[in-house]
Design a protein around this ligand. Structure first.
Ligand SMILES: [Zn+2]
Ligand SMILES: [Zn+2]
Length: 132
């Protein structure tokens, strides 16, 4: 079974996931925009039994956003790590993975809640690194 690792920005928190992944969900809801500070959260839905923390127990801080929606962050660097919205799965922030996943974006949800600047991503100019 394939295993992939991920971590927070400062490296204190590390985790591993197992199993195949069927694609990334991008959620544009207002909660996910605040949690990420961007257009929304890029999420991989992973069964709880397939998600394992490897390090950093003392660095984990969990915030309850709604009764059924929590997000865990690193105490030092603030990186958002798994969110939990149901009892069977974790909603893993895809940007924290360090290994390639081999699948792309599958679906955009809560598009009706998009920020008014969150459109035409493909039409905007793209650069491999910083723009000149
Ligand atoms: Zn960290
Ligand atoms: Zn959301």
């Amino acid at each position: 079974m394939s295993r992939r690792k991920g971590s927070c920005l400062c490296g204190a928190l590390t985790y591993e996931i197992e199993g195949e992944l069927d694609g990334v969900w991008i959620c544009h809801c207002s909660n996910c925009r605040k949690v990420s500070g961007g257009t929304g959260n890029a999420i991989l839905i992973v069964k709880r039994e397939h998600f394992h923390w490897l390090s950093g127990e003392d660095y984990r801080v969990t915030y309850k956003l709604r009764p059924t929606y929590t997000i865990t962050r690193c105490r030092t660097c603030g990186t958002p790590l798994p969110a939990e919205e149901d009892e069977n799965n974790v909603y893993l922030t895809a940007g924290t993975l360090d290994d390639p996943i081999g699948v792309g974006v599958k679906v955009h949800i809560f598009c009706g809640s998009r920020a008014d600047w969150d459109h035409d991503m493909e039409g905007a100019r793209h650069f491999d690194e910083r723009s000149q």
